[in-house]
Design a binder for this molecule. Structure first.
Ligand SMILES: [Fe+2]
Length: 284
């Protein structure tokens, strides 16, 4: 039996459903990604959203996202990214508001696996931080189920992704998180957002994956909106390890018109600037 997870990342929604960011109608792009995979008859057990849900940090934007998620019967969990508002996330998604007031994470058990969501939002900054209190919570969660294969979800990748400007706006306390993960070999997979394109790396024994944005990509050549799907099987009785198939799914065939192609160039030439940070080519 496998647990099937649909990972959606970095939709960067706006309160106006027809609003555009960098020339891309982000809400329409999300809807097209979802429609694309509905056509493929994916039957997911969970939808996990890995941050940068709302670009404008507006209450109405989270309500728009909630209405969209409610159109499907698949339960969801989410974590914030650097663009999100914890206040409005708690208000609009109270059932997913996480384990404490300091952070918006989640912990849940699904057949054969434990799924842990971390909040790496650092208010006012594009880079991220887990923080000591949340790391202590993570140690407790991992210590409670040392034999259960575990997947971590976090917006900011805990390892360099090979892109200098992106790595400068990564996870500030990645070393601390790495030590916690290294002491918990049951962590097999770390799923991230923030990168806006496909990435695969390693953190100790764990695979690190970042998925595409459902809207715009930071690849020099652009790229299609997309998602990741994870099929988590196991654990194997002999090894205690689970297995995850994780195809990255560019939603080929999505037609956002010429705007999606203009986007890539615009994203490089006209970076969106956020207070406290002036990246070279984007904002994560
Ligand atoms: Fe993003």
């Amino acid at each position: 039996m496998a647990v099937r997870i649909l990972q959606l990342s970095d939709p960067h929604l706006l309160s106006d459903p027809d609003g555009q960011l960098r020339g891309v109608p982000t809400y329409q792009s999300l809807r097209q990604v979802l429609r694309h995979f509905d056509r493929e008859a994916f039957d997911f057990d969970w939808v996990i959203l890995t941050g940068d849900l709302a670009h404008d940090e507006q209450r109405a934007t989270y309500r728009l996202l909630r209405r969209t998620l409610e159109e499907r019967n698949t339960p969801w969990r989410m974590i914030p990214g650097n663009h999100d508002s914890r206040v409005f996330m708690r208000e609009v998604f109270p059932e997913t508001s996480g384990p404490g007031r300091d952070f918006f994470g989640f912990s849940m058990k699904v057949p054969g696996w434990k799924l842990l969501g971390l909040d790496s939002r650092l208010p006012g900054f594009v880079s991220g931080r887990v923080g000591r209190r949340q790391l202590a919570w993570l140690r407790r969660e991992l210590g409670a189920d040392p034999g259960t294969p575990t997947i971590l979800f976090i917006h900011h990748p805990p390892v360099p992704v090979g892109c200098p400007w992106m790595d400068r706006i990564g996870l500030e306390d990645a070393e601390h998180l790495s030590r916690v993960v290294a002491a918990a070999p049951q962590v097999q997979l770390v799923c991230c957002g923030h990168v806006h394109h496909e990435f695969r790396g390693r953190l100790g024994d764990a695979t690190v994956l970042a998925g595409p944005s459902t809207a715009f990509q930071f690849l020099p050549e652009g790229g299609e909106p997309g998602l990741r799907s994870h099929s988590a099987r196991g654990p194997d009785p002999g090894t205690g390890r689970g297995a995850v198939e994780d195809p990255c799914r560019p939603a080929s065939g999505i037609d956002l018109g010429s705007r999606s192609r203009l986007l890539s160039g615009a994203a490089r030439r006209l970076p969106v600037r956020i207070p406290n940070h002036v990246p070279e080519t984007g904002t994560g």
